[in-house]
Ligand binder design. Structure first.
Ligand code: HEM
Length: 338
């Protein structure tokens, strides 16, 4: 079953995946070992199963795509795309990635991955890795949020370890200096342009007020409000985010990244940044720093060009430090290390 939109774009993106990307995956370890159609003989229906489950849940929950996209990003940046983020425990008994500050209660979409994995195990036991399921689910998220369907190289295997202490050192936060964020991406074989392009994921989904209230109330002792914030936007945000929140209530106070098209992956994120309407300080800095500003302007100029680059960069991100061939394992339950 090939969906019409995929059929319409399959030629372009097949060329994309096969011709351009492997040569661009330098510095990404075994990323070049991944192949489009990896499960063609071992589990030919896997990509259809992922598409069906994600589409069905999406009908009930239109906010599923940002959850899946962020899961994939947080998996790939910590030790590589090895599904370590999905583990509930490991043999060492140490706190797991899910228990870290950056993940904590903000991770969503985990039950959808469980449902996909259960169906896939029924169809072809012990064959498809949780890491590949995450990559396919992220592709469906991108598609359901409005970008073209595309091929995703597969062949990742799963890790059996997961440590909370690896997370906070490997994931950027809104307060991380831009130069450090650029270096974090560079260490994973991703360029400054990839970084700006991938951050366009912030055209969907939401953030807790705690991620940016400093910008509204205590930017510096002398200047309480971040001057790079558009004043009208800052007032809107202050209306939604009180300076003090009742303890334990952070998840109740959230704001959409892009109030214009909150469910659609598009270049509106960059148009917002140009107007001082970036929610996170790290995003806003990309529009003011002379090293990244021209890239923001380019992305703002063409939705289509950004979308193409975004898909390419997602595929590149999916190659970070993957385990392949005789490395890692195929977990039968994505939450369990055995
Ligand atoms: C460049 C550095 C980045 C920083 C500092 C950053 C930071 C954040 C923060 C603080 C949130 C809000 C979390 C919450 O309060 O629940 C968030 C949400 C999100 N991020 Fe990022 N992020 C970055 C890059 C990325 C990348 C590369 C992607 C994917 C390709 C991504 C995808 C998302 C998505 C989709 C959400 C919304 C999640 C939801 O609605 O559940 N981010 N990010």
């Amino acid at each position: 079953m090939v969906r019409p939109l995929i059929a319409a774009t399959i030629l372009t993106f097949t060329l994309f995946a096969i011709v351009i990307l492997p040569s661009e995956a330098q510095g990404q370890g075994r990323g070049n070992d991944l192949q489009v159609g990896f499960y063609a003989s071992g589990c030919p229906k896997v990509e259809d199963i992922v598409a069906e489950v994600v589409a069905r849940v999406h009908e009930q929950d239109p906010k599923l795509p940002p959850a899946l996209l962020r899961l994939f990003f947080h998996d790939c940046f910590v030790k590589g795309c090895d599904a370590s983020i999905l583990l509930d425990a490991t043999s060492s008994g140490e706190p797991i990635e899910k228990a870290s500050t950056a993940n904590g209660e903000t991770l969503r979409g985990l039950e959808v991955v469980d449902e996909i994995k259960a169906q896939v195990e029924q169809e072809c036991p012990k064959t498809v890795s949780c890491a590949d399921i995450l990559a396919f689910a992220a592709r469906e998220a991108v598609y359901l949020a409005g970008l073209p369907g595309h091929n995703v190289p597969a062949g990742r295997r799963d890790s059996r370890t997961s440590r909370a202490s690896d997370v906070d050192v490997n994931l950027p936060t809104p307060g991380t200096p831009l130069e450090d964020i650029i270096n974090m991406f560079a260490r994973r074989g991703l360029t400054k342009e990839d970084m700006v392009v991938l951050s366009g994921a912030h055209s969907i989904g939401k953030a807790q007020c705690t991620q940016f209230t400093d910008r509204l109330y205590k930017f510096t002792p002398a200047v309480p409000r971040d001057p790079s914030l558009n004043p009208t936007y800052a007032d809107e945000l202050a209306g939604k985010c009180p300076a003090e929140q009742p303890p334990g209530q952070a998840l109740r106070f959230t704001v959409e990244f892009d109030p214009t098209t909150p469910l659609i992956l598009d270049n509106q994120h960059y148009l917002n940044l140009q107007k001082g309407r970036g929610l996170l300080q790290s995003d806003q800095l990309m529009a003011t720093d002379p090293g990244t500003r021209p890239i923001v302007d380019q992305m703002a100029a063409s939705n289509e060009a950004w979308g193409r680059r975004f898909i390419k960069a997602m595929i590149k991100m999916g190659r970070i430090n993957v385990l392949t061939k005789d490395e890692g394992v195929i977990r039968t339950n994505c939450r369990a290390y055995l």
